[in-house]
Design a protein around this ligand. Structure first.
Ligand SMILES: NC(=O)c1ccc[n+]([C@@H]2O[C@H](COP(=O)([O-])OP(=O)(O)OC[C@H]3O[C@@H](n4cnc5c(N)ncnc54)[C@H](OP(=O)(O)O)[C@@H]3O)[C@@H](O)[C@H]2O)c1
Length: 239
């Protein structure tokens, strides 16, 4: 009898999130997957998959979700926003809008901290675990050559710093957990749709390809590798 492996994909209804849900289910019958959604109810069902409607910016909602888990082996946060009805990424500082900036911070940076706070007990109970969030290469301060996209870039840089900080604390208190920040490449999803014109065909991945690459990284991670920023191809990115 194989040991049950529990996986939570936050934003499991998104482009990359749903491909991650599918990819984890395909790993084998010992994988039991939980996915969350916020606004758009998913239509995909499987006997080893449970869906939870969660507002990832609301602490009580995350605390209630965490209370359902005795242990958790993998937590992947695949939630993110780049553009919506409230605004578009800025080409120049003159387009900067405080409300759009705060919305980016609320969706892209804060939820991973709330998830870490409330899921540390379940991750610890697993012994060896992974806590990962989908960031973006544009969140790298050291790798910034293009400028622009102030709100998204800054929110992803904040997410990177949050996870690096968490990895330092958990190295002491949850030594079995690997904290990882991930860049999925450019995947063909609703998030990237309006910005794909400059992307060559071979650099525009299907969400399934991004998810397969990320899953390979995630399942190979060891606690000794905590606190790093990984690209889809397994290379490390500068903070
Ligand atoms: N696609 C790319 O090329 C690319 C590149 C670099 C990084 N990334 C990162 O990869 C992650 C996944 O992106 P994706 O391309 O899969 O995007 P997507 O298809 O647009 O999915 C976005 C996900 O985030 C959730 N979400 C968005 N706004 C939300 C809000 N206000 N409150 C709660 N949930 C919200 C959505 O859930 P609901 O639909 O229920 O709101 C959905 O699960 C993101 O963190 C993104 O920044 C993507």
């Amino acid at each position: 009898m194989k040991t049950k492996i529990d996986v939570l994909v936050v934003g499991g209804n998104g482009g990359i999130g749903s491909a991650l849900v599918q990819a984890f289910l395909e790993q084998g019958e010992q994988f039991f997957v939980h996915g969350t959604w916020c606004h758009n109810r998913p239509h995909f069902h499987h006997d080893r998959l449970s869906w939870h409607n969660v507002d990832i910016a609301d602490e009580a909602s995350i605390e209630a979700l965490a209370g359902k888990f005795g242990k958790l082996d993998y937590l992947i946060n695949a939630v993110g926003v780049l553009h919506n009805d409230e605004g578009q990424p800025e080409k120049s500082i003159s387009q900067f809008n405080p409300d759009f900036f705060l919305m980016n911070a609320r969706v892209n940076a804060m939820p991973s901290l709330l998830l870490a706070k409330h899921f540390q007990r379940a991750l610890k109970a697993a012994g060896k675990s992974v806590f990962a969030a989908l960031s973006a290469k544009v969140g790298s301060v050291g790798g910034n050559r293009m400028g622009g996209w102030y709100s998204y870039r800054t929110s992803k840089a904040a997410l990177n710093q949050a996870l690096k900080t968490l990895s330092i604390e958990w190295h002491r208190t949850l030594p079995g957990c690997c904290v990882a920040t991930l860049h999925p490449g450019t995947a063909d999803t609703a998030l990237s749709k309006p910005f794909q014109s400059g992307v060559s065909k071979d650099k525009l991945f299907t969400p399934q390809h991004s998810a397969t690459c990320l899953l390979e990284i995630i399942t190979d991670l060891t606690p000794e590798q905590t606190g790093r920023f990984w690209a889809w191809d397994g290379s490390e990115l500068p903070w």
